[in-house]
Design a protein around this ligand. Structure first.
Ligand SMILES: O=c1nc[nH]c2c1ncn2[C@H]1C[C@H](O)[C@@H](COP(=O)(O)OP(=O)(O)OP(=O)(O)O)O1
Ligand SMILES: [Mg+2]
Length: 205
């Protein structure tokens, strides 16, 4: 098998999974690459895990093959965890990345830098026909910038300064982001789990 489906309609995510899987010789197909029209999965869950499950299981059932899905978002301490699972629709629907991060910056105008701590969260689900869905979670710690900078990445990247950096996620090269991102960490945990499952490696969990 040298192809995997990721149940997403987000081009930014699909691009990152393609880059992350590239070294294994695996091509990633998103729902945008399929010739058939795939209905939207309603993200009705209250947690990243529930929404990741909905996306992975519904598409796996539809296509009758194993499917990965990620539900992710930005969790800001000074906002009691918002936008969290509502990250994609924080400023309403349809999703508008710029409106979303501008809303966050407006809500944080009075908040000093030491209190602007936040993290990106990614719950990655692997749904297998006739099997139990597996979940792995990844985090990327950082702080929220005063204003948006940078043109790489997607979503909230222009306002997120990862720990250990003095620039935003949107100023990092793709390869740099892919070494530290919540998505990378979740995928590495999934890879470890799969290797153990296939008898190819040691668990380090
Ligand atoms: O690395 C990231 N860099 C910046 N922003 C990010 C990142 N990862 C997630 N995010 C934000 C974007 C979106 O506002 C929300 C994900 O929402 P989420 O529902 O998981 O994805 P989505 O609706 O964009 O596509 P889909 O559900 O088809 O996979 O969190
Ligand atoms: Mg979504």
């Amino acid at each position: 098998m040298n192809e995997i489906i990721i149940a997403t309609k987000n081009r930014g995510k699909a691009k990152e999974y393609n880059q992350l899987f590239n070294e294994y010789g695996i091509t990633v197909k998103s729902l945008l690459d399929l010739s058939e029209e795939i209905p939207d999965v309603e993200e009705t869950g209250d947690t990243f895990k529930e929404n990741a499950r909905l996306k992975a299981e519904q598409i796996s059932r539809l296509l009758e093959i194993p499917v990965l899905a990620d539900d992710s978002g930005l969790v800001i301490d000074a906002l009691d965890g918002r936008p969290g699972v509502y990250s994609a629709r924080y400023a309403g629907e349809p999703t508008d990345d710029k409106k979303n991060y501008e809303k966050v910056l407006n809500e944080l105008t009075e908040v000093p830098s030491q209190s602007r701590t936040a993290r990106f969260v990614c719950v990655l689900a692997l749904a297998i026909p006739q099997g139990e869905t597996v979940f792995k979670e990844g985090f990327c710690e950082g702080i929220i910038a005063e204003s948006p900078v940078g043109g790489n990445g997607f979503g909230y990247d222009p306002i997120f300064i990862p720990e250990g950096f003095e620039k935003t996620m949107a100023q990092l090269e793709d390869e740099e982001k892919n070494k530290i991102s919540h998505r990378y960490h979740a995928l590495m945990k999934m890879k470890t789990w799969l290797n153990v499952k296939l008898g190819k490696g040691e668990s380090n969990e």
